[in-house]
Design a protein. Structure first.
Length: 463
């Protein structure tokens, strides 16, 4: 695999050679490269050179490169190819990659392309598209090798030589009974280390992991992480083997889910397409929704400030430290929300762990609050001694700020950690407890905490 700079250079060379109409040189240059690098380089070309470069690929390489291209490039090329060429390309594609392409295309285009497939491939494509969106059925491929318990190792290896070339992976063979029900899986190395006369039944231990075809694709991510596999079988409700899911597809799902969580933590509705390909109005809509919600949250902060207007007019010094107080609470809440949201995504924390989470965040919040509170107290004390700042009651002001910092940090840590768990319990995505939302929530409560503590320490003096 080339470096990004190497791919950039390859793309530039292709563009220069195509512009000079040196097509033999283009073929020679592409012949030396692997499919992922070629796909990335072709992806960066303008539409017309992109189509020319793709047509100059060797037929055996073209479909491999096509699978690595972005969806936009795939769609453009399908429009430029003849029906015969498009059909040949789609026939060669892995079934799961083809399904991913079809579900992104407009329905009219998908129907046209389905009609170009052979009857067998069309049935397979329609079957995969018939599974619910975001289900494991959409991820799986029917290209795998299965064997029977009564076969010998020699028979199984002969079967692999005939049918294995179309399989997505040959690391694992799947053992099925006469009804097609999955009953075991055999690692290929087991076949290579025993006598040819050994039967498959002798190698079986009836221990295997399988995914259900209707489960959410996130279940596949968790299963691959837990069992450290490169492929897992997929069965229907009756246990019949219907396909396999490979790790490359699961990695795509994991990347998409992580991207959605990160975007939602930043108070943006998840984007379905890459940033530069999202229409401006779609981007505005997805960002505006959360910004409006946060605006109303900010209005609550203003209302809280209005409620304590008299206290602010009597002790203007409090206004100096108000941003410090609410920012510290918001920061601690955002930290906690991010940590717990990610821990939930990785399966490190379960809903039943809420009490343990609360205890940990309470202790963490107290320690963090003590650190920040001490620093706030020390800052006011030093300024009062060095510059005679904050008036004669500076010690009470320092105590107010120090204790308030401790309180809002504890509150921020608790609310930031428990809100994702609450959302999970209600069936919502924990990532919707975005950092800005937590910060806004803690802003309002931080004002209440600050002025409540101020009224305790400063009553009879500044208040």
């Amino acid at each position: 695999m080339s470096t990004p700079d190497g791919v950039d250079r390859l793309s530039e060379q292709l563009a220069e050679l195509i512009e000079a109409r040196r097509f033999d040189a283009v073929k020679a240059l592409m012949h030396e490269r692997n499919a992922p690098d070629l796909a990335e380089a072709i992806d960066r070309l303008p539409d017309q050179p992109e189509a020319l470069a793709f047509r100059l690929l060797h037929k055996e390489t073209a479909w491999q490169v096509f699978e690595y291209l972005s969806f936009e490039a795939q769609e453009h090329l399908l429009h430029t190819l003849s029906d015969a060429d498009a059909a040949a390309l789609l026939e060669e594609m892995a079934a799961d990659d083809r399904t991913a392409l079809f579900e992104e295309l407009p329905g009219k285009v998908t129907r046209r392309l389905l009609n170009l497939l052979s009857p067998a491939e069309r049935r397979m494509a329609v079957q995969l598209l018939g599974y619910p969106e975001d289900s494991i059925g959409r991820l799986m491929t029917p290209d795998y090798v299965r064997v029977k318990p009564g076969w010998t190792v020699a028979q199984s290896l002969g079967h692999i030589r005939v049918f294995g070339r179309d399989s997505e992976t040959l690391n694992v063979l799947y053992v099925t009974d006469v009804s097609g029900v999955l009953i075991d899986e055999i690692r290929i190395r087991q076949l290579l280390t025993v006598e040819p006369e050994t039967t498959i039944a002798e190698l079986m231990d009836h221990e295997f992991v399988a995914l259900n075809v209707l489960d959410d694709e996130s279940e596949a991510v968790e299963a691959f992480r837990r069992h450290d596999r490169t492929a897992l079988p997929v069965v229907d409700g009756a246990g019949v083997l219907v396909g396999i899911v490979t790790v490359d597809d699961v990695l795509d799902v994991q990347e998409r889910e992580a991207t959605e969580d990160i975007q939602m933590l930043g108070a943006v509705q998840a984007l379905e397409d890459p940033y530069l390909q999202v229409p401006i109005w779609t981007m505005v809509r997805k960002r505006a929704i959360w910004l409006v919600i946060l605006l109303f949250g900010g209005m609550l902060t203003a209302e809280a400030m209005t409620y304590y207007e008299d206290e602010l007019s009597q002790a203007v010094v409090l206004a100096i430290f108000l941003p410090l107080i609410i920012a510290s609470g918001g920061n601690s809440g955002s930290q906690a929300a991010t940590l717990i949201t990610r821990a939930l995504a990785l399966g490190e924390v379960r809903l039943r762990d809420w009490w343990r989470v609360m205890r940990r965040e309470l202790v963490s919040g107290l320690l963090l609050g003590a650190i920040l509170g001490s620093l706030g107290f020390a800052r006011i004390t030093l300024w009062a001694i060095a510059f005679d700042a904050y008036g004669p009651h500076w010690l009470l002001v320092a105590l107010t700020v120090g204790v308030s910092l401790s309180g809002v940090v504890v509150w921020g840590s608790l609310s930031g950690s428990l809100l994702p768990l609450l959302l999970k319990r209600l069936g919502a995505d924990p990532a919707t407890s975005s950092a800005p939302f937590i910060a806004t929530l803690v802003d309002v409560t931080g004002i209440i905490i600050f002025f409540s503590i101020a009224m305790v320490f400063l009553s009879g003096t500044l208040l």
